[in-house]
Design a binder for this molecule. Structure first.
Ligand code: ADP
Ligand code: SF4
Length: 689
């Protein structure tokens, strides 16, 4: 199909200093949990984006000198010439389909604890290191020699970046992560010399670095600057007004202004807290201060919203990180008039959790993310079916929907049976919870794709038993029947049921999602630690209950620190009237009371309560699978070649695990059994002499 002319403007070439981007789709730097440990995986991931039509593609943060590094987080290094081949491989991958290749250079200053290099951190002023993990390390204030060194190290990095084949350099001064921001902000720059005090002085290092960058490599490379639109650290911080003053004072200095926001958690907010285009009011008007192109982000997935940003003179480039992860082919799909095929980011930040946990990132919507190299998975291409066998998928939750979609794309004849009258499984229920409506996109994308496939039939209102399935005689059966929340309190704090005398009614999250109201005082006991406890408390508070959220953890929705929204969850719960009770377990339920127990001292407290919701763990709904397993000796007579249990029915986990399981099932259905062979490629460090 042809491109809708309304979107032509997104495909105009735009000049950035000495280079020209082929269109306005700008993949801003983003981490991936792989970095220097998995460089080939990162390179292949970026190559797929080049194929998907992004005009500009950036690396993640690249540490330009060993005296400022952010261990334990795994990004990229450009510490000496030995790092050039790895970075060159990535630049080559980005160039594969005509994208411009960008490298984001960072000196982490007051954000670099140097746990690996053991160098003493250096920052504009002597302050404790500011990291997610509050490392007990301080930075010393840079003296003039340090600043001269820093400028030389940048120059060396510029030249190495050029040798590696990049077209653009982005100097990182955003999210509290880059030394340029530390100099610009009065919160972290308390110097009294010519690098401190007035904005002109605080901007001196930035000016020197950009000018020296242009001098070193500016004939062929663009030098861009990434800033936060507002540092959001109170009145002494680098706020939006000062950002505008700075840009006005240096309007033509960098080749492009790349505008992020606040700390990372403010910029990459989850959809529970941030709408698409949430930064518009902070960025509006900045383009009018400069003739240089401006890029901004906002989890843009809608081409109409993108066009508005350009037409209304707000942005020149549409900056995307997460939308490019969820759908690396987003530009190409717009170009080819296939808007309905866009796999929209749901704003869950599971991708971010890969970086925060130093594992390889995954994506709820795109199960191939970071599997492009190590498993050879492409987001848009999949092997043709290996046989004429038909497949029955039982359950239309995220695992079953993705299995059916990927199998259908392979050309298999698929029957998808769902007990309920609508698709989506847990996603259909959870997207009705406060703030989670965007999660419905997991279902919507797949349901639309299935509707386009004549070889996939979906049957609703079809609760199947093992006997039914034995009678049907499908060659392959995938059991994706999901899980249910437990209501006996088994979780991490109690590995057996919580003692209860039955005097207080007890509910599970499923009861609340099914519409149960609990008037009066309600306890939510969260021993799950991800989003569900917090969101159930929020829903109950919205319905007028007096809610206490009890958790053995030190934080509300503890694991959400990995998705960057823990602090927003706490804030929202408190403003909704929920009382958090931290560091206490639920010991027992008796005589109309719950008894909480301090996790440190073991001391007990009893409280009257009208109802309790136990958010502790889920249990597999695997009776169909077990029924089939017990009749394995009858399978071949029934024409069944294989039965697999996938997704939450195998072992409950976040939604991303379910879409991955469905996808993997479809990919591997007809592949040879590899036995004990490692099922993915990996990079093994070469021993040095
Ligand atoms: P997952 O996250 O693994 O996809 P879900 O719980 O989201 O799991 O989805 C499981 C789906 O399976 C639900 O929509 C549920 O109604 C459906 N289901 C459960 N048991 C059966 C069954 N016996 N026959 C058909 N569908 C079933
Ligand atoms: Fe978007 Fe979630 Fe995928 Fe990240 S993991 S790109 S937030 S859908």
């Amino acid at each position: 199909m042809a491109r809708d002319p309304r979107y032509d403007i997104l495909f105009e070439p735009v000049k950035i200093g000495p280079v020209v981007a082929p269109n306005r789709f700008y993949q801003v730097p983003h981490c991936n949990g792989g970095g220097y440990r998995d460089p080939s995986a990162v390179a292949e991931m970026r190559k797929v984006k080049s194929e998907g039509g992004w005009g500009v593609i950036f690396t993640e943060q690249v540490e330009l000198h060993h005296s400022s590094e952010i261990t334990p987080y795994i990004e990229l290094h450009l510490w000496d010439d030995k790092d050039i081949p790895m970075l060159a491989k990535m630049a080559d991958a980005m160039h594969e389909h005509r994208s411009l290749a960008g490298i984001e250079l960072a000196y982490s200053g007051v954000n670099g604890p140097n746990l690996y290099s053991r160098e003493v951190p250096r920052a504009p002023s002597a302050l404790p290191i500011r990291t997610f993990t509050n490392d007990p390390v301080s930075a010393r204030a840079m003296d003039k020699k340090d600043i001269r060194d820093l400028r030389r190290w940048h120059r060396n990095a510029f030249i190495r970046a050029k040798q590696a084949g990049y077209d653009l350099i982005c100097l990182y001064g955003a999210h509290g992560f880059g030394v340029i921001q530390h100099f610009l902000s009065r919160a972290t720059n308390q110097r009294t010399d010519e690098y401190g005090g007035s904005l002109q002085n605080r901007a001196r290092l930035m000016r020197e670095l950009i000018e020296e960058g242009k001098d070193a490599v500016g004939d062929t490379m663009a030098i861009t600057l990434r800033l936060s639109l507002d540092e959001l650290v109170g009145s002494v911080g680098f706020g939006n007004e000062e950002v505008r003053d700075l840009i006005e004072m240096h309007s033509e200095l960098p080749d492009l202004w790349d505008l992020a926001h606040g700390a990372w958690e403010d910029c990459s907010g989850t959809s529970r807290f941030k709408e698409e285009g949430a930064q518009q009011s902070l960025v509006e008007g900045i383009k009018q201060l400069t003739t240089k192109p401006v890029v901004g982000v906002g989890r843009f997935t809608s081409p109409d919203v993108m066009v508005k940003q350009v037409r209304n003179g707000i942005l020149d480039f549409i900056g995307c990180a997460r939308p490019s992860i969820a759908d690396p082919f987003l530009p190409k799909k717009i170009d080819e008039g296939r808007i309905e095929d866009i796999r929209e980011c749901i704003g869950c930040n599971i991708c971010v959790s890969g970086d925060m946990t130093m594992s390889l990132s995954r994506c709820t919507q795109n199960p191939t993310f970071m599997e492009e190299w190590r498993k050879g998975w492409h987001p848009e291409k999949i092997e043709k079916r290996g046989s004429d066998d038909n497949v029955l998928v039982v359950g239309a939750g995220p695992a079953g929907l993705e299995a059916a979609r990927a199998l259908g794309k392979r050309g298999y004849d698929v029957a998808l049976a769902e007990a309920l009258t609508e698709p989506g499984g847990r996603v259909a229920r959870e997207c009705l919870l406060p703030g989670l409506s965007a999660w419905g996109r997991v279902r919507d994308y797949r349901v639309y794709q299935l509707s386009q496939m004549a070889n996939v039939q979906t049957y609703f209102d079809s609760k199947l038993s093992a006997d039914d399935i034995m009678d049907f005689g499908f060659a392959h059966v995938a059991v994706a029947t999901g899980a249910n929340w437990r209501s006996d309190g088994v979780g991490r704090y109690h590995t057996m049921a919580i003692p209860s005398d039955g005097s207080v009614p007890v509910y599970s999250p499923d009861d609340i999602m099914n519409g149960t109201l609990i008037p009066g005082n309600v306890l939510v006991f969260d021993d799950d630690h991800y989003y569900m406890g917090g969101v159930i408390a929020e829903k109950l508070a919205e319905q007028g209950s007096q809610v206490t959220l009890l958790t053995p953890a030190a934080y509300v929705s503890d694991w959400s620190r990995n998705t960057l929204d823990q602090s927003f969850i706490h804030q929202r719960l408190v403003s909704a009237g929920v009382s958090p009770l931290l560091n206490r377990g639920l010991a027992e339920i008796k005589a109309g009371q719950y008894v909480s127990e301090c996790v440190y001292t073991g001391s007990f407290l009893a409280h009257d309560i009208d109802g309790i919701v136990l958010v502790t763990s889920q249990i597999q709904n695997d009776s169909v699978w077990r029924g089939l397993e017990s009749r394995q000796n009858e399978w071949s007579d029934a024409g069944i070649k294989s039965v697999r249990v996938i997704g939450d029915a195998e072992a409950p986990a976040p939604i991303a695990w379910a879409t991955y399981a469905g996808h993997r099932y479809a990919r591997l259905l007809d592949t040879d059994d590899i036995g004990d062979t490692l099922p993915f490629k990996r990079e093994v460090a070469q021993l040095s002499s």
